[in-house]
Design a binder for this molecule. Structure first.
Ligand SMILES: NC(=O)c1ccc[n+]([C@@H]2O[C@H](COP(=O)([O-])OP(=O)(O)OC[C@H]3O[C@@H](n4cnc5c(N)ncnc54)[C@H](O)[C@@H]3O)[C@@H](O)[C@H]2O)c1
Length: 367
């Protein structure tokens, strides 16, 4: 297959990032889109056209999208709580290669069924946890072993802006998102497993809703989503990791800061948030950094890891959505293997659910 025809399921904010990045692929084009809000589907179809392909066909329902003739792969970009049912529908109706946005599921009872659903599935299924491919994070992953001599402690700090408004306000309530430590933080739990090359055994968390969204109401209900917390995770190789999340820290220069320390030294990276939120009067947006600090002889070295401006323009995630699509596209065309599997997606969500539980009960949760 030379050209992969994509169907986009859900046409909100993140769908635009997928469409813009598919447009950068030499072997990809969006052929069909679906969103229950017709105007959003129309805008997405038009965006696909502006990106150089023919305007995409607009499907009236998911069934219509799956019946479209020119369709080789689908991207699920609907709200979190809808992913599981749409995955089931695709498997039952027209099995195709799938790139599914995180989180894989929000209801713990879906985990086992989804894993078995895809055990014998004849096509690639990739869960969209693209933080792995942010250039500064990828550089840290590549150099972590040599810089640290084997990681003992890993810390991931995200200091960012509050949750953005979403279509239908689905992200204001835990019942739709799975909870902040699932919705947002599954990315970081995925990174912990990947960087430490180990599996989590115990999760302890303290988290809550301190500042954000408390003065909003939707059909008389105030949002219940948390905006800050700490999560500590013990891993089966003896290493430990910590997540620090604060969602009222958009004034920070860098959004994610990841550090790993071992017997030889420390390595860290600093990742800026979306460039479109950086005030132009402050000059150019911060450039990602990688810092290696050996113990002996002492002498930290800092290198900048700039991201290709074309990729920065195509989304909010430091180019990572492009690198993810590049790999997924190759896999669909028979080259390479899935790197973020259904099992990876499920494990990251399970860690988030355990963290939500631990913060609620004040007890450690064994995995
Ligand atoms: N990987 C990342 O870094 C990242 C970043 C942002 C969002 N996301 C994920 O992408 C997904 C969408 O988030 P968003 O920010 O685009 O939200 P959004 O609200 O902007 O878009 C969601 C869209 O889905 C549509 N929708 C609702 N029900 C649907 C259905 N049954 N079928 C198809 N579409 C339906 C809505 O009308 C809306 O247009 C979420 O799962 C979110 O967690 C991932």
């Amino acid at each position: 297959m030379d050209m992969v025809n994509y169907g986009i399921i859900g046409c909100g904010m993140m769908a635009h990032e997928h469409i813009q990045n598919i447009a950068l692929l030499p072997h990809g084009r969006v052929s069909v889109v679906f969103d229950p809000v017709r105007e959003l589907a129309e805008a997405a179809a038009e965006l696909a056209g502006h990106c150089g392909a023919a305007p995409a066909h607009i499907a009236d329902t998911l069934e219509d999208l799956l019946a479209h003739a020119d369709l080789d792969a689908v991207v699920i970009v609907s709200p979190n709580h809808i992913h599981a049912e749409q995955l089931r529908q695709i498997v039952a109706t027209r099995p195709l290669p799938i790139l599914c946005e995180k989180p894989l599921y929000t209801d713990p009872s879906d985990k086992a069924e989804l894993i078995s659903l895809f055990e014998e599935y004849p096509h690639p299924v990739w869960i969209a946890m693209e933080y792995r491919y942010m250039p500064p994070v990828a550089a840290l992953i590549e150099q972590a072993e040599s810089a640290t001599g084997g990681i003992a402690m890993l810390t991931i700090r995200e200091h960012r802006f509050p949750f953005l408004p979403k279509i239908g306000d689905w992200n204001r309530f835990n019942e739709n998102t799975g909870g902040t430590l699932v919705e947002k933080c599954c990315h970081f739990f995925d990174l912990m497993r990947l960087i430490l090359k180990a599996e989590p055994v115990r999760v302890m968390a303290s988290a809550g809703q301190t500042l954000n969204h408390k003065d909003e109401t939707y059909d008389g209900r105030v949002p219940d989503i948390w905006d800050n917390g700490y999560v500590i995770v013990d891993f089966d190789n003896g290493s430990r990791a910590m997540l620090e999340l604060c969602m009222f820290a958009e004034g920070a220069q860098y959004q994610e800061e990841i550090s790993a320390v071992g017997p030889k030294g420390k390595i860290e990276c600093r990742v800026p948030g979306p460039g479109r939120f950086w005030p132009t009067d402050l000059g150019p947006a911060p450039i990602p950094q990688l810092i290696v600090s050996p113990r002996a002889p002492k002498g930290p070295t800092l290198v900048e890891i700039p991201v290709d401006p074309t990729l920065l323009e195509a989304g909010d995630h430091n180019g990572s959505t492009f690198y993810q699509h590049q790999r997924f596209n190759a896999v669909v065309r028979g080259q390479g293997a899935v790197e973020v599997t259904v099992s990876d997606g499920a494990k990251a969500v399970a860690m988030g659910i355990a963290a939500q539980e631990s913060a609620k009960t004040g007890q450690a949760v064994d995995l």
